[in-house]
Design a protein around this ligand. Sequence first.
Ligand code: 5GP
Length: 206
Amino acid sequence: MKLNDRGLLVVISGPSGVGKGTVRKALFDMPNNNLVYSVSMTTRPKRPGEIDGVDYYFVSEAEFLKRKKSGKFLETAEFVGNYYGTPLDKVNEQLDLGNEVVLEIEVDGAQQVKKKMPDCVMIFIVPPGKNALYERLRRRGTESEEIIVERIEKANREFKLAHRYDYIVVNDEVHNAADRIMAIIRAEHAKTERSIHKYMELIDEN
Ligand code: 5GP
């Protein structure tokens, strides 16, 4: 008998500069994973080194709003003057294939996902200390001072919503944070409410 295991929808959030992207990449480099990254769509300008279709799908505002109107997103949010959204089509398809789908999104979008797909796993990444966050944002050097200040303000607001998440993961060391997320994914799969139906099928009723 095939034990059909649907993948988990894993939502990762955390304040700007916490290193979500780096943790996510370390997570995807772990052996024997069946993680699929949901590439978001955005109207934000491409940063040096970013690749269309890999980091984001970069689109115009008109294109984004057209897609939003025709229901093509699982969630959308405005973040410091730009739109971001999770394309819906791939998410369910990959979950049905048994893959874990990872969304790396901000807090407003995460709340929309929780409402639509309540069995998702919500993880909030925090820095080991507040200064670490600000230093990293400035060191990245990809944004103007004005945008950095806006992102720091947004980070403060995001912190206050951490209690809405199922798990908090400290990014003290990237590989530690990735290990913790993998441990959460494994534990979630073993949760009785997610797995009991498979074992009920194994019981011979005669
Ligand atoms: P950045 O501009 O630094 O790449 O991303 C800004 C914020 O938007 C980050 O917190 C990132 O996780 C979030 N983000 C990226 N893609 C999406 C998305 O599809 N939906 C939402 N709600 N947030 C996103």
